[in-house]
Design a protein around this ligand. Structure first.
Ligand SMILES: NC(=O)c1ccc[n+]([C@@H]2O[C@H](COP(=O)([O-])OP(=O)(O)OC[C@H]3O[C@@H](n4cnc5c(N)ncnc54)[C@H](O)[C@@H]3O)[C@@H](O)[C@H]2O)c1
Length: 253
């Protein structure tokens, strides 16, 4: 444990099996929160036990299933909700299938509607809460090629966030979203591999991803987790309704 910035808080994280969700669950537990780490993938989620943090409890939660979300929220009774589940589709508006669009809106946007609807009444009863939604710099702040479905859904997360923030601002609820640039994670490695196959070279694909980050590197999941800890904590008590950009200068040029 590194600190007590989240002592006394109960936190529910979706998509905590790997990547940013996992790093955030661990970072929040290290700051003293009681963390409920969830994912649809039981196998990857189970490895969070290797961290030996007794204040992390993990269980399967499918962010696309209303009953599963309701059960998870009832078990966690969260003061902090980190909606991290999301998926990246490749392609333009002409490539996107209706199924891909439906899937992405359901996982990247509607899942947040589900979990916020489930968690808000309890937060209101307890007098407050912090909701953190995973958006992306891509789509909400800056365009990028071949990310039509993804960018569209991540921009929708900004509207959802602002709406919830405004409606509940007087009742102690804060709602923010985070907009990362490119972040090292298992699914990102898959995307680099797929582009590498298209370009005929893994190194060329990696160079292309890194080139859009002016710092010349992508972020670690832990760097994004540090922002999640801040938004979960009372240090950010005066902050709501905002898009928090953490993109290595990508959109700031
Ligand atoms: N990696 C990046 O470059 C990047 C940048 C900006 C935003 N994001 C967003 O951050 C979030 C996490 O991405 P990542 O790259 O860190 O992790 P990832 O994509 O490697 O892992 C995603 C996790 O989501 C889980 N998941 C999938 N469907 C689910 C469902 N129905 N219910 C619950 N969990 C489910 C998967 O099992 C997996 O553990 C996503 O919303 C993504 O869009 C990622």
């Amino acid at each position: 444990m590194t600190g007590q910035r989240l002592a006394g808080k109960r936190v529910l994280v979706t998509a905590a099996g790997q990547g940013i969700g996992r790093a955030s669950a661990i970072a929040m537990a290290r700051e003293g929160a009681r963390v409920f780490a969830t994912d649809v993938n039981a196998e990857t989620l189970s490895t969070i036990r290797d961290e030996n943090l007794e204040n992390i409890e993990s269980f399967v939660l499918d962010a696309r299933d209303t009953d599963s979300v309701k059960e998870g929220v009832a078990r966690a009774a969260p003061d902090v909700l980190f909606n991290c589940a999301g998926f990246v589709h490749h392609g333009t508006i002409l490539d996107a299938t209706d199924d891909e669009i439906d899937f992405a809106f359901d996982l990247n946007v509607q899942s947040m509607v589900r979990s916020i609807r489930a968690a808000l009444p309890g937060m209101l009863e307890r007098g407050g809460g912090s909701i953190i939604n995973m958006s992306s710099a891509l789509g909400s702040i800056i365009g990028a090629p071949n990310r039509f479905v993804y960018g569209t859904t991540k921009a929708a997360v900004v509207g959802l966030t602002k709406s919830v923030a405004v409606d509940y601002i007087k009742q102690g609820i804060r709602c923010n979203c985070i907009c990362p640039g490119t972040v090292e994670s298992p699914s990102w490695h898959d995307r680099v591999k797929a582009l590498g196959e298209e370009l005929g070279s893994y190194d060329a694909a990696m160079a292309q991803f890194v080139a859009r980050q002016p710092m010349g590197r992508v972020a670690s999941a832990e760097e994004i987790a540090a922002l999640v800890v801040y938004l979960a904590s009372d240090e950010s008590a005066f902050t709501t309704g905002h898009t928090h950009i953490i993109d290595g200068g990508w959109s700031g040029q």
